[in-house]
Design a protein around this ligand. Structure first.
Ligand SMILES: CCCCCCC/C=C/C(=O)SCCNC(=O)CCNC(=O)[C@H](O)C(C)(C)COP(=O)(O)OP(=O)(O)OC[C@H]1O[C@@H](n2cnc3c(N)ncnc32)[C@H](O)[C@@H]1OP(=O)(O)O
Length: 309
């Protein structure tokens, strides 16, 4: 049977092979990213954070934050993703979740080949949830460096299922990236950091140029009073706080990162990240002080016993 352009076609969608993408970066990109997630944003000589932007023995020795890996997915979603058999309005897209596995410390420069695949699609009625998995291999050695699973919440794109049962496709283990249960006890440690009013304008220079984060008119059309902060920028602030407070400042201690974006953050707001340690898992939630809202929650699995607490 012929289908119109707007009709959902799971056969077409699931058979579709997403193109490989490439990502090349150097020490300058690593430093610009670190500044974008607030490194040295309150104190230019902060001894916990200067190492992410400067090293006195050469820029190639700067340390790379594990969330830098999230940039490797740029180019698959931010450039507009064309999926046969499934239509959505990109201007209504919100970043829902990010799951990252780091297999070895990120070098300060590299050329990567990304293998991208569809990891999930769910019909939630009012919205669709789309998940893309990106495996990043170092060019030359072919070594697998990390994996990202990006979940986007597509407002207005739900209700596409052809049968009475809502469409649901997921091709990864159900224990990965689950929503976390926040402990009822007091957090072990808390870190507070103010974002700058220009935070999104700085963060976007790492390559996510979606006008939702910079253009007041575009933001209004997407349903927001003003431009909002990139979800991955908020995630970067939170994980940087965990590295500082729980991992003795060692960014290579981070093995797995999971985060769900619960509500939007506006540039200039203050982020309070609360942390609980459960074995080698740090459960965290990030709140906005000014609105007393939880904006992000998730977990970080750390290697070995490097916790400083
Ligand atoms: C380099 C690659 C980048 C890729 C992304 C590029 C574009 C970037 C854009 C951004 O950065 S946008 C800024 C960051 N994101 C946000 O600010 C979103 C914050 N979250 C929200 O505003 C809300 O959570 C929401 C996403 C609008 C959903 O809230 P809503 O009240 O509409 O949902 P519910 O009714 O609670 O749930 C419906 C259904 O959906 C599931 N769900 C809810 N939230 C999420 C989520 N964040 N991620 C994944 N799934 C979510 C929820 O579990 C419900 O499912 P069921 O339980 O009914 O099965």
């Amino acid at each position: 049977m012929a289908t119109t352009d707007s009709e959902f076609n799971s056969d077409l969608l699931l058979a579709h092979k997403l193109p490989e993408t490439r990502y090349t970066y150097n020490e300058r990109d690593v430093a610009i990213y670190a500044l974008g997630i607030g490194a040295c944003g309150q104190d230019a000589v902060d001894s916990d954070e200067l190492k992410y932007v400067y090293h006195r023995n050469g820029q190639d020795l700067i340390q790379v934050l594990p969330t830098f890996a999230s940039l490797f997915t740029l180019g698959s979603l931010t450039e507009g993703l064309d999926l046969p058999g499934f239509k959505y309005d990109p201007s209504l897209l919100l970043h829902g979740q990010q799951y990252i596995e780091i297999y070895r410390p990120l070098p300060s420069k590299a050329s990567l080949v990304n293998k991208v695949s569809l990891a999930g699609l769910q019909d939630k009625g009012k919205a669709a949830i789309l998940e893309l998995e990106t495996r990043s291999y170092e060019e030359g050695s072919g070594e697998l460096l990390c994996m990202n699973r990006t979940t986007v919440f597509l407002r207005g794109a739900g209700g596409f299922s052809n049968s009475s049962q809502p469409f649901s496709y997921k091709n990864y283990p159900s224990n990965q990236g689950l929503a976390v249960k926040i402990p009822q006890r007091q957090p072990l440690t808390v870190c507070e950091e103010r974002t700058q009013p220009s935070q999104a304008l700085l963060y976007r220079l790492s390559g996510d140029y979606n006008p939702l984060h910079s253009d007041p008119e575009f933001a209004k059309l997407a349903g927001f009073p003003r431009p909002i902060l990139h979800g991955l920028c908020t995630l970067g602030f939170a994980i940087k706080a965990i590295i500082k407070c729980v991992c003795k400042g060692d960014p290579t201690a981070v093995k797995t990162i999971s985060g769900r974006f619960l509500t939007t953050v506006f540039p200039g707001e203050t982020l309070i990240t609360e942390m609980w340690l459960e074995g080698l898992r740090v459960i965290y939630q990030t709140k906005v002080r000014e609105r007393n809202k939880t904006v992000l929650a998730g977990y970080v699995d750390i290697r070995g016993l490097s916790s400083s607490l």
